[in-house]
Design a protein around this ligand. Structure first.
Ligand SMILES: *[C@@H]1O[C@H](CO)[C@@H](O)[C@H](O)[C@H]1NC(C)=O
Ligand SMILES: *[C@@H]1O[C@H](CO)[C@@H](O)[C@H](O)[C@H]1NC(C)=O
Length: 483
């Protein structure tokens, strides 16, 4: 659409921004990619280090302003928690003890609850329920701030259930490590934690995930830096029915099984297709990790999930780009082609650009937020659980609609030269009141605006527009929109 004369004059007079070509997208009001369940994070390993910090819990799981190391952060308002059931313990059993990869980062070995094969009774001394207190503490802080979706996930079964007793993986990385006589015992382990959490921690897990990137060939006990375990698809197919029946027998039949947390969209399609109908029937939710970034056939996985009637989550995403550029790019690709109903960042605190807040889990030290934190805030604070996900009509924006508040949310990024982005709401029954103020928030990728807010945008008929610098992310909340 044409840029209004008034804006051209304003910019011409003050010489702020030369007027460039602009682009328009029409939000597809009739589209519906499901009800948004939320945004989240996995707790291991940052919460093992920082699980007692209320300031971090405020920043991650509330919408309040939180002061972290003297910096006031807009709370991300995440409501999904992935709790990691550890695989590590220091005890010996009949002279046998855990084997460690020479490369393993001790902080990435998470203490597990089941110490030995003597007894499956959670009240027996074979279970140590006091371990891993900080990860549990953060989970409970999250809950008290409003988190309402909890997933229990495993990177590896307990070490003593593994052929080589090494929770970083098999000796060559590409073969199964769970002993074939322990398939059911692994299901007993996770189901027992789920029941114990319900009875003792006040946490009812909504889902349980037994496999983490199971088809990968890098879960290697000789070179691994963390816990991990390869599972052939045929093995997953045998474990899944045990997990279903062990959950059911503990009165947890409403707890979903999610699978298989493959590393890429393409691997997830291949694994899903490889499971037989019995195994597929046990799964309520397909999880996938977003490590294929700009590649992979997201649509193919969406089509598999949709035709099977399963929920679909991007259950783990992370990268080393501290600017937020890759993150916003990949979230948009996910909304446009994968259509997950939840999106989970891997580690809140980490180094090397991976963290939303830079820190060192092992040293227990924190510095400041990355720009990626503010880019993610542009999404998590506005696209909220319960909203209907819409087709934005373009590859530079996402859109969601709050049916009860009659609010339309658009988050957009401008990759190219500075220009106006125009948004056409003409497909809505009521596109809002012409002249209404549209609040907007802005974060500049890399540096600049950090979730700054402005009230300088108005609806003009059924359209509005905003001037975007190169690499600027803006969020808009349009009031009074009726489908
Ligand atoms: C890995 O080790 C297993 C068990 O020893 C073996 O069956 C498999 O062929 C090995 N795979 C590779 C790629 O070396
Ligand atoms: C699927 O695989 C499991 C485990 O191998 C087996 O018990 C079950 O009978 C299979 N189901 C079908 C429909 O083939």
């Amino acid at each position: 659409m044409k840029t209004p004369v008034l804006l051209i004059l304003t910019h011409a007079i003050f010489g702020l921004n030369p007027v460039f070509a602009d682009v328009t997208t029409t939000i597809v009001a009739s589209s519906n990619y499901g009800v948004w369940e939320g945004w989240g994070t996995s707790l291991a390993w940052w919460a093992v280090a920082f699980g007692d910090r209320d300031d971090l819990a405020d920043a991650v799981f509330s919408l309040k302003d939180a002061s972290v190391n003297g910096v006031t952060l807009p709370g991300l308002g995440m409501n999904i928690v992935r709790y990691n059931a550890g695989a590590t313990s220091s005890n010996s059993i009949d002279g046998e003890s855990m084997v460690r990869s020479p490369k393993v980062d001790p902080f990435r070995l998470v203490n597990g609850y089941w110490l030995d094969w003597t007894s499956s009774d959670p009240a027996s001394s074979s279970w140590l329920w006091s371990t891993d207190a900080k990860q549990r503490s953060m989970m409970q802080k999250a809950q008290s701030r409003g988190a309402d979706l909890f997933e229990l996930f495993s990177n590896s079964p307990m070490w003593w259930q593994l052929y080589n007793h090494n929770p970083s993986g098999s000796d060559n990385g590409s073969s199964d490590n769970l002993q074939s006589w322990n398939y059911q015992q692994f299901a007993v382990y996770l189901s027992t934690i789920a029941l114990y959490a319900k009875n003792n921690w006040g946490i009812t897990f909504d889902s349980v995930e037994a496999f983490n990137e199971p088809s990968a060939n890098w879960w290697n006990g000789k070179t691994g830096t963390q816990e991990g375990c390869h599972f052939n698809v045929a093995t997953q197919q045998e474990v899944l029915p045990y997990l279903r029946s062990e959950l059911n027998s503990r009165g947890l039949s409403s707890v979903l099984i999610s699978a298989s947390d493959e590393n890429t969209y393409d691997a997830a399609v291949s694994t899903w297709k490889g499971l037989n109908s019995t195994a597929k029937a046990t799964v309520g939710q397909i999880n996938v990790h977003g490590y294929q970034y700009g590649n992979g056939d997201r649509s193919a996985l969406y089509n598999q999930a949709k035709s099977a009637g399963k929920k679909l989550w991007n259950s783990e995403y992370g990268e080393s780009d501290a600017t937020g550029s890759q993150l916003i790019s990949n979230v948009i690709l996910d909304f446009r082609w994968l259509h997950p109903t939840a999106w989970v960042y891997w580690q809140i605190i980490d180094g090397g650009g991976w963290g939303l807040i830079t820190g060192d889990d092992a040293a227990g030290t924190l510095s400041g937020p990355t720009q990626k934190y503010y880019v993610l805030a542009q999404l998590t604070r506005h696209i909220r659980p319960g909203m209907r996900i819409l087709d934005s009509g373009c590859d530079y924006a996402v859109a969601a609609y709050d049916t009860s508040a009659h609010k339309l949310v658009i988050v957009a990024v401008n990759w190219g030269d500075a220009q106006y982005l125009n948004f056409d709401l003409s497909q809505f029954g009521t596109p809002g009141q012409s002249g209404a103020t549209i609040q907007r928030w802005s974060t500049q990728i890399s540096s600049g605006d950090k979730y700054a807010t402005y009230k300088d945008t108005t609806l003009s008929g059924s359209k509005f527009w905003s001037y975007f610098a190169k690499n600027q992310v803006q969020t808009f909340e349009v009031p009074g929109v009726v489908l």
